[in-house]
Design a binder for this molecule. Structure first.
Ligand code: NDP
Length: 233
């Protein structure tokens, strides 16, 4: 069945590849990008690749509450529903910092995008997801946010992803009775601008995200997986 999928931060990296894979399979993809021109370029390139579905660029800065709400309102009017929301956008893999000396302005930006961005986008899109018969919300997290393995370093990113994991569980609990599946995924170390060289191919990282997008009705909710297998919170 053809779905309507919204992906944040989809002009490059893992978000772009998730958009591509979904479009290949026939989904209608709203490719969110905070820079509309960059989103339109990416959507144009993906549409040339012989995809069955449709890729439409939309301006979407997850730190801009009014903008996110305006887009949700417009899409409700134009598309009537959303089946899958992928909260993918993120910033500040701050390997240069320690918690002891961290620049709290950087920490604040990471929380604003990686946690509150996903939170406000989810809130704004809930009315559209409620029109879906199979609503799915995917939080693109990282094993770096796992409390079980957390240690020194990368403080803004790790704390923000731990908070995103907490949001996943609370959101999943709040929406369980409505049939939503809300799950966090780690794509694995992936060769993108954020991941740098040496990581796995972007197509493989994207498939790890797609596992939680493609879950069947009655499937698991409130989980944290990589490649479809549970990883410790
Ligand atoms: P990239 O840095 O390659 O891409 C990040 C994307 O997020 C870009 O499209 C960027 O847009 C967008 N973005 C940043 N801020 C905002 C904002 N305020 N509003 C909307 N979009 C925004 O990262 P990856 O593709 O590697 O990462 C995607 C996800 O996967 C992230 O959540 C990341 O934490 C997670 N992840 C990645 C891993 C890896 O090894 N790559 C490992 C584990 C998790 P712009 O072009 O405008 O900057």
């Amino acid at each position: 069945m053809s779905r309507i999928v919204v992906v944040t931060g989809a002009n490059r990296g893992l978000g772009r590849e998730v958009a591509r894979q979904c479009a290949v399979e026939g989904d209608t993809v709203v490719l969110g990008s905070r820079d509309l021109a960059a989103g339109q370029r990416a959507a144009g390139e993906l549409s040339e690749g012989g995809v069955r579905g449709r890729v439409v660029a939309a301006e979407l800065d997850v730190t801009d509450f009014e903008g996110v709400r305006a887009l949700a309102t417009r899409l409700l009017d134009e598309l009537g529903r959303v089946d899958v929301l992928v909260n993918n956008a993120a910033v500040h893999y701050d390997t240069w910092q320690s918690a002891v000396h961290a620049d709290l302005a950087v920490v604040g930006e990471a929380l604003e995008t990686n946690v509150l961005g996903a939170w406000r986008t989810t809130q704004a899109f809930l009315p559209l997801l409620r029109h879906s018969r199979h609503p799915r919300i995917v939080m693109v997290s990282s094993e770096g946010g796992s409390l079980a393995s957390m240690g020194s370093g990368v403080p803004a990113y790790h704390v923000s992803k731990a908070a995103l994991n907490a949001l996943t569980r609370t959101m999943a609990g709040d929406l369980a009775r409505e049939g939503f599946l809300v799950n966090a995924v780690c794509p694995g170390w992936t060769a993108t601008d954020m991941g740098g060289r040496g990581g796995r191919p972007v197509a493989q990282g994207a498939r790890s995200i797609r596992y939680a997008m493609d879950l069947p009705d009655g499937g698991p909710t409130s989980t944290f997986t990589r490649d479809g297998r549970p990883i410790p919170w």
